[in-house]
Design a protein around this ligand. Structure first.
Ligand code: NAD
Length: 427
């Protein structure tokens, strides 16, 4: 089949490359010309394991990238909207990028004579596809949804860092649609994947994504709450949650306590659902607590630090890990951001190291010291805060000997070194 993928970020570039891998012809559309040039040259616009390989294999063959919507819509049967849906100032969903993408698709559909299906893959709050995207498409194309074109909603569940694997081996595929014809075409595209396809209405598909992410975020904040209580009682929360996770009704996943969740999805999606709930007159107390625990959690790192070394003015603090999790260069909502901001507010000197995310973090904190190795960040440091669970941090040992004071505060329970003044965040 012929597919256009609108937006070439984490979701779009992976979706495009994976659709090409399973045999479809794909056209990527992005307003960022640099990204389209990179894709056409077989260079991934973001870091994601296995993505480079796929782009090198298919770029210029059954995968091409362009900034031209008209060409992409005209040449394909289906368009997937994969643009960002960031948080607005008040935490609710900002749909301005979706609006722009939908208007551009609609304008391109106006000139197309055959049936086309528009699929929203971006995470959008319930009712957005039907009440926001569909009217824009009708208005800009001058055509009728359900008659001249189809509309569907197909949420994405991939994990950054394992995105290619997750896309090719999904554990669920949800296809919401306004009518059978739209849903059939999208399902046809996924037929090759060995996974059951769940067909729903548009709003149900949208809600499944939010319920999914909110539950995962709740498990993390719950584990952090238990961890904080355990620490005060001198109980090892990892021992507790390991046992809790053996209950088959719970599962052991997402029960590790630490510095909290970040990334482009969990914080934004929980806040967006809170915003939607309030807009329809419901007070989502549990979801608000999930966010409150998550915002407090990283600052417990600097509280411990101050308890251990007092005034931070002029102290050199090594921050190990900038990405929101390991195996990605993504720093969006990374828990290291509030920690570094707090360290700077307290007038500490920050030396930071991350195997992949340094360039991205330079845009937020241009003036801190960035190091090429963990050892350089640790040299002469008064203390070290571990913020991301990168595997290479597990083996750090002799590097800590170069510190002025060997104080290590671990936000991810990853440090194994013996000869240090170690304190876990909530264990
Ligand atoms: P992103 O910011 O990495 O990528 C968005 C891309 O869209 C960028 O390349 C940008 O240049 C492009 N763009 C912006 N305006 C455009 C326009 N008018 N036309 C065409 N392209 C345009 O975003 P992302 O992380 O890929 O997320 C996309 C959506 O998928 C979001 O709704 C997100 O919540 C959801 N999602 C993300 C993940 C994830 O792990 N990142 C997982 C599941 C779902």
């Amino acid at each position: 089949m012929k597919v256009s993928v609108i937006g070439s970020g984490y979701v779009g570039s992976v979706t495009a490359a994976c659709f090409a891998e399973v045999g479809h012809e794909v056209i990527c559309v992005d307003i960022d010309r640099k990204k389209t040039e990179q894709i056409n040259a077989g260079i991934p616009p973001i870091y994601e394991e296995g993505l480079g390989e796929l782009l090198r294999k298919y770029a210029g063959k059954r995968l091409i990238a362009t900034t031209d919507y008209e060409f992409a819509v005209n040449e394909t049967d289906i368009s997937f909207i994969c643009v960002g849906t960031p948080s607005a100032e008040d935490g609710s969903i900002d749909l301005s990028i979706v609006r722009a993408a939908a208007a551009s698709i609609g304008a391109a559909m106006e000139k197309k004579n055959s049936y086309h299906v528009v699929v929203v893959k971006s995470t959008v709050v319930p009712e957005t596809t039907e009440k926001f995207v569909l009217p824009i498409l009708e208005e800009t194309s001058g055509k009728k949804a359900g008659k001249d074109f189809g509309v569907a909603m197909n949420p994405e569940f991939l994990r950054e860092g394992k995105a290619v694997h997750d896309f090719i081996h999904p554990d669920k595929i949800i296809v919401g649609s306004i009518d059978r014809r739209s849903g059939d075409l999208v399902s046809e595209l996924y037929r090759i994947f060995e996974c059951e396809i769940t067909r729903t209405g548009l709003a149900t598909a949208e809600m499944i994504k939010y319920a999914n992410n909110s539950l995962l975020a709740t498990k993390i904040s719950f584990s952090n709450e238990i961890g904080n209580i355990c620490k005060k009682l001198g109980i090892d929360t990892y021992e507790v949650m390991e046992a809790v996770g053996r209950d088959f009704r719970i599962s052991p996943k997402f029960l590790n306590s630490g510095a909290g969740f970040g990334g482009s999805c969990f914080p934004k999606d929980v806040k967006a659902l809170i915003g939607k709930a309030k807009a329809i007159g419901y007070s989502p107390v549990l979801l608000e607590s999930v966010i409150a625990v998550n915002e407090r959690q990283p600052l417990l790192m600097t509280e411990i630090l101050q308890r251990k070394i007092g005034d931070l003015t002029g102290k050199k603090i090594a921050v190990l890990g900038l990405a929101f999790k390991n195996e990605t260069d993504d720093i969006r909502e990374s828990r290291s951001i509030p920690v570094i901001a707090e360290l700077l507010r307290l007038e500490a000197q920050v030396s930071a190291y991350d195997p992949m995310a340094t360039e991205n973090m330079k845009r937020i904190f241009p003036a801190i010291e960035y190091c090429e190795k963990a050892a350089d960040a640790l040299k002469d440091a008064d203390a070290c805060l571990v913020m991301t669970e990168w595997d290479e941090f597990r083996n750090l040992d002799s590097e800590f000997r170069e510190m002025k004071e060997k104080i290590v505060i671990d936000g991810r329970r990853i440090i194994k070194a013996k000869d240090v003044d170690y304190e876990g965040l909530c264990w």
